[in-house]
Write a protein that binds this ligand. Structure first.
Ligand SMILES: *Cc1c(COP(=O)(O)O)cnc(C)c1O
Length: 229
């Protein structure tokens, strides 16, 4: 079932991208495996899936120790300072950097490990008080401070729009993230190589691709219900 789901999502990504005049190869599928047992990841790996998304760092640790080089993990949850060393060690990307403090701590641990780490900046477009992410008007300042941290490779921006009943309601948030990214490029604050846009989940990745997503994070449509409590 997981193989079939991955294949059909990849087909969808391709069709939507081509329809939107985009190159499907520029879109990366992150299989969100949070709260999914390791057997399901193994199944996905066997079907050629390599990148997984997790939002509990202990789960990343357990799963990465099991999969080794056969899987890479993107951290997509709220990273706490006291867990940053695990993210530095086990993740290939942290998509949710939203404050200088956490960036500095990551940088310090990476220095000790002699590693670099790809990161995205999470932007809180909906300005929802309960949601993490940096406010739009603070993105530039955060990027400029992060650029002084040598172990961090800034790759772009990420957002989680407010929860909506219909996918179409996410569109303005996705469009806005793209606008912010384009503007930062025009201002010379971001380089083209730093213009990744992580947006879209099971319910709305089709809209996100139309609006320029280069990373989509799909969980339930691949793995079904989340099992681990
Ligand atoms: C859980 C999660 C997803 C995947 O959501 P689905 O609806 O299962 O596809 C994507 N992004 C983030 C940040 C998540 O926490």
């Amino acid at each position: 079932m997981i193989c079939k789901n991955i294949a059909s999502i990849k087909e969808n990504i391709k069709a939507i991208a081509l329809n939107a005049g985009r190159d499907p190869r520029k879109i990366t599928l992150v299989a969100v495996s949070k709260k999914q047992p390791i057997e399901r990841l193994e199944e996905a790996i066997a079907c050629g899936q390599h990148i997984f998304g997790e939002n509990y760092i202990q789960e990343v640790q357990e799963k990465k120790e099991y999969t080794g080089e056969t899987a890479d993990f993107h951290f997509i949850g709220n990273l706490q300072s006291n867990k940053a060393h695990l993210a530095a060690h086990y993740c290939s990307m942290v998509e949710t950097v939203d404050r200088l403090k956490i960036a500095k701590i990551l940088n310090k641990h990476l220095q000790e490990l002699g590693k670099t780490l790809d990161i995205l900046i999470q932007v809180n477009i909906g300005l929802e008080p309960q949601k993490s992410g940096v406010a739009e008007n603070e993105v530039t300042a955060l990027i400029q401070s992060i650029q002084h941290l040598p172990q961090l490779r800034l790759r772009g921006l990420m957002t989680i729009p407010p929860f909506h009943d219909t996918a179409e309601e996410s569109r303005p948030y996705f469009a806005r993230l793209k606008e912010i990214s384009d503007q930062l490029i025009r201002q010379g604050i971001l380089e083209k190589a730093q213009a990744a846009l992580s947006m879209g989940m099971s319910s709305d990745y089709h809209i996100a691709i139309e609006e320029g997503a280069t990373i989509v994070r799909v969980g339930t449509s691949i793995f079904g219900e989340r099992l681990i409590q």
